[in-house]
Design a protein around this ligand. Structure first.
Ligand SMILES: [Zn+2]
Length: 566
């Protein structure tokens, strides 16, 4: 998703009492933290300190009744009534048992009614607790066996959260326009599923019946549409890959469709009739974006499903293979220069950012919301790779440095595990600055870009935690990057390079001040164009100063650090 419009700030200040895992996730220290979700331009820190809600604890936990099964597929088969703002239908949930068990834990928002849950012909008992649904089976489900249940539900879903979760709107011409975007609030706001990040289905069918004349664009490959003879038409979509629950999307409207191809990849675009010309012009940026990301990471990860871009009434969302777009058909982000350095107006931020999530967020996914920087920090870094591919390295560095003004350094990027909480926005801004710093630490662009490519290929279609990225990079580079990851992601402050000059002796002493013991990071110092790399640690070392204190620089565009000269 994107960083936000300010009017939604209040809705997001959910969780404040959190336990931060260190490098050993089990070790936690309680810390009461601030939560900020506004863009810096209108930054307004929400200082409210609240415990996680029962809903968050239930959603975020991965207890026995979640861990005893592994999702195989969903078939979401629903009817949407725009007039009544009403959904009804079922989700067929197929799963394999990983342990013997008699109960599984699913989720559905309390506003929606459970009509019945069937295993074959047998109606199952269940209990509801906040948004959780515990389904009980009369016989023990056996390890290794596969089961399918039909979860029937209906009701008026609640419109809530930054993008509404599901909204029943009218387009500017007064026609029905219904969209979902539920990353914050959860997919269970509008359909029943195992609403967590660790376990994904391997594939999914989405069948959506809507009044004749409307179109539904969902994820995956369009299979066909069927006139149901009662004033409704069912649109069928097939997702051929693992998919996050929150990526599953309805886009119902009077859409016009146009298409294109990039080699073997199908590109399908959907816009309101009045916006068709603007969309044809603006969406042409998709090809360059895809070429850039394919250059760095390899083939678009959802070839069988194709790439789609769909006009919606909110800023945008990374819905897998069905990226949604509401950026006014203009460059920049909502017509602003996003990082304020003149680069952002050269491209459409939403096309570049949300589509970047196809690689990081959708193909490579975090297994817990705590490690969401794997989605947002990486995708923000992908923005700079796009800039580098299109406009060169200097502009990329300029673009990246523009993010410094947005960082708050108020709490760590990696937040509490097992709680459904959104990490701070620093996950985007500090995330890109951190990855750019790592590139400088590796100090070998050939190796760096090979590693990015190989890391993506290694982890695609998986749900991972930060530790797996660290281990992969340590092994790939032969370096110990763990303290650097820990300092930037698990602590609030960035490392400070302390410099003490003795101009008379012509020397400078240097060391890092950092929270992580044993922190060590090479850094370029001296003068631009003539940098020297010093292998600074937390211990004082002394070097011959190439220039006097006043002229002595640190390559702060290449390393996101603080410098203190004495
Ligand atoms: Zn994003």
């Amino acid at each position: 998703m994107t960083t936000s419009a300010t009017r939604f700030v209040q809705l997001l200040g959910l969780v404040a009492l959190v336990f931060y895992g260190g490098a050993q996730p089990a070790v936690g220290r309680a810390a009461q933290q601030k939560m900020s979700t506004a863009t810096p331009a209108a930054a307004k820190v929400n200082d409210a300190e609240a415990a996680p809600t029962r809903l968050d604890l239930l959603r975020g936990a991965y207890g026995e009744d979640r861990a005893n099964n592994d999702l195989i597929s969903y078939h979401l088969d629903i009817r949407v009534d725009p007039e009544k703002k009403y959904i009804s239908g079922k989700n067929t949930i197929r799963f394999k048992m990983l342990k013997d068990g008699k109960r599984i834990h699913l989720d559905l928002n309390e506003a929606l009614k459970i009509d019945k849950i069937l295993l074959g012909e047998t109606e199952l008992k269940y209990s509801r607790d906040s948004g959780a649904v515990f389904v009980d089976f009369p016989e023990t489900l056996r390890v290794g066996q596969t089961y399918a249940i039909d979860f029937y539900y209906s009701g008026n879903p609640v419109e809530t959260g930054r993008f509404g979760s599901i909204t029943f709107k009218k387009d500017p011409a007064g026609r029905d326009w219904i969209n979902t975007a539920c990353e914050e609030t959860g997919a269970s706001m509008w359909w029943p599923n195992k609403d967590q990040w660790r376990d994904e289905v391997e594939e999914m069918e989405i069948s959506v019946a809507v009044p004749n004349g409307l179109v539904d664009v969902s994820n995956g490959r369009f299979v066909g549409k069927t006139d149901l003879g009662d004033g409704y038409t069912r649109w069928d979509w097939q997702v051929h890959y693992p998919i996050n629950n929150y990526d599953v999307s309805l886009n119902i409207g009077d859409y016009e469709h146009f298409s294109d191809k990039l080699d073997d990849l199908t590109l399908d675009f959907y816009a309101l009739p009045e916006d068709l010309d603007k969309a044809k012009r603006q969406f042409s940026q998709a090809k360059g974006m895809l070429e850039a990301y394919q250059h760095y990471f390899g083939e678009y990860p959802f070839m069988k499903d194709g790439y789609k871009l769909i006009e919606v009434p909110y800023a945008g969302m990374e819905h897998q293979s069905a990226v949604t777009y509401g950026n006014h058909f203009a460059n920049g982000y909502l017509e602003r220069d996003w990082t304020g350095v003149g680069i952002s107006p050269r491209f459409d931020f939403i096309i570049i950012h949300e589509s970047g999530h196809e690689w990081f967020g959708n193909a490579v996914s975090a297994a817990d919301r705590s490690d969401m920087w794997i989605h947002e920090g990486w995708t923000t870094y992908l923005e700079s790779l796009y800039v580098e591919y299109m406009f060169g390295h200097d502009d990329a560095i300029k673009y990246i440095s523009g993010y410094k003004a947005k960082v708050k350094n108020e709490r760590p990027i990696i937040s509490a595990r097992g709680v459904n909480a959104t990490p701070p926005q620093d996950q985007y801004f500090k995330g890109i600055l951190f990855l750019n710093t790592l590139r400088s630490v590796v100090n070998d662009d050939t190796k760096w870009f090979a590693m990015l490519h190989d890391l993506f290929q290694h982890f695609k279609y998986q749900n991972i935690m930060t530790e797996e990225i660290v281990a992969y990079m340590n092994q790939y580079t032969g370096m110990n990057l763990t303290p650097i990851f820990d300092q930037y992601l698990r602590h609030t402050t960035i490392p400070i390079l302390e410099l003490r000059f003795d101009d008379a002796a012509g020397t400078v002493s240097y060391r890092w001040k950092a929270d992580v013991s044993g922190f060590a990071m090479p850094v370029r110092v001296g003068t631009a164009g003539n940098w020297e790399i010093v292998r600074a640690t937390t211990q004082w070392q002394t070097m011959k100063a190439p220039v006097k204190k006043a002229d002595f620089q640190v390559a702060e565009d290449l390393y996101y650090v603080k410098v203190e000269k004495e």
